[in-house]
Design a protein. Structure first.
Lengths: 259, 259
């Protein structure tokens, strides 16, 4: 795709997100229907489903050739990253949405032949859209921003997955103790946003494709490293333990994991 | 003190906080001078000191008979809770202030003969002042609010101290795993605020008197339980492990600790 085409798509996506978020905000006081999925802390609500249905419909209508990977089942059974593939997470941080009505995000990402094109993380309650990609740069709402300083591990806070931190899985506790401190927010999108904005030096969690797709594009555009915890490239069709971190802290993390 | 006197004091305190927060916001881009105190992750800045100095001066000037317990040393050497005792934390969450310029609070509390009078937690970047006490009720900025629903442990998120959670000190990991999930924000005041607003079912951390003084008044006004982790009344002149939680979840926590 050339830049002109990417800009047209960007305008469309921002319009869809604005419509979806207005709809969500207007109905926030409506009856919330909460169901569990894989376990008591894996939730889905009528709002997740309604928002995903809306966004998937817009994409399918505008780009019928494209494939969509999404959380709640309205997307396609995507087997390959060939061509254009979208990733939709209607409410990232559903537990926060249910318990707090805050600290959740809407996320959309677009890849072409497996390459980063556009990523969107919308902090719904703060009304703050972090968006961009390699050809358009990084933006918060209408403002262009630059990537974070290249801090060492000890000079920054580390976002972590709670159980991985508590049980020291993949050395996450050891890594966090070498940072300025652990933080647990409960939304992968908002954790990525904090790393990209320089509020955290990194973030480690076990994530599904829709949890990481937008964050990866934005973080790499910001000059950050995004890999599996072992340092391998992500497989965008599988769940995996993801490490997003400054380039300076990356070898420090690898050293802790090998010790 | 009668209600009229408490209301006069409340107006004064809100004016001091407004002045202090304006001063802080206007100078946020100034040179930050950061020093470590007890260890590499125990920080103090020129902003902590300047804000505390200002607030302590206002209190001493307005109420020369009163005593002040404060974090950075401008207060008094308080040995007793007799009479009126103020607690001042100029920047609660100094690590967040330094690393994120967000998620920190200014806190003031007033006790008389050890009894709750007035508490203030000001979320500086959200410009949200949670304030109140037993005789004036609970408020967010100009709006009166009610306390949270009396949720069981499994129905809410639990704010935790990172190392206590990771190392299962005082069974904090076991307790968090029985909740909807752990969250780590890094500011005691903002954790108390989340419990009081119903965003979290509880919060557990090792806290100094200035970390807990305002939160205790507000949480008890909201109908929450505030004790040591062992269920004892707090000693407001010592550091201790503090548990703030709904009355319904309190016996669940005690049961987990005894098992």
């Amino acid at each position: 795709m050339d830049l002109a085409e990417i800009k047209v798509i960007n305008t469309q996506v921002q319009n869809w997100l604005a419509t979806a978020v207005n709809e969500l905000r207007q109905n926030l006081d409506e009856q919330l229907q909460v169901r569990t999925k894989s376990g008591r802390n894996d939730l889905v609500t009528n709002f997740d489903k309604g928002t995903e249905h809306f966004l998937v419909e817009q994409i399918h209508h505008a780009f019928p050739e494209d494939q969509i990977v999404s959380e709640e089942g309205f997307g396609d059974r995507v087997q390959s990253l060939q061509g254009r593939v979208w990733f939709v997470d209607p409410i990232d941080g559903t537990m926060n949405f249910v318990r707090q009505r805050d600290d959740f995000a809407m996320m959309i990402a677009l890849y072409e032949d497996g390459q980063n094109v556009l990523g969107y993380i919308l902090d719904v309650m703060q009304d703050e859209l972090l968006w961009g990609g390699p050809s358009v740069g990084l933006h918060v709402n209408q403002q262009k921003i630059t990537g974070p300083a290249n801090q060492p591990l000890a000079a920054g806070l580390l976002g972590v997955n709670g159980p991985m931190f508590a049980l020291n899985r993949e050395h996450v506790r050891d890594i966090a103790f070498a940072s300025s401190g652990a933080r647990i927010i409960g939304s992968a999108g908002l954790e990525f946003q904090r790393v990209i904005r320089g509020r955290q030096v990194g973030y480690i969690s076990h994530l599904a494709p829709w949890d990481v797709a937008a964050g990866k594009i934005l973080a790499e555009t910001a000059g950050l490293s995004v890999t599996t915890i072992d340092g391998h490239p992500l497989n965008m069709l599988e769940s995996q333990v993801v490490l997003v971190i400054t380039r300076r802290a990356l070898p420090e993390v690898q050293k802790i994991r090998q010790s």
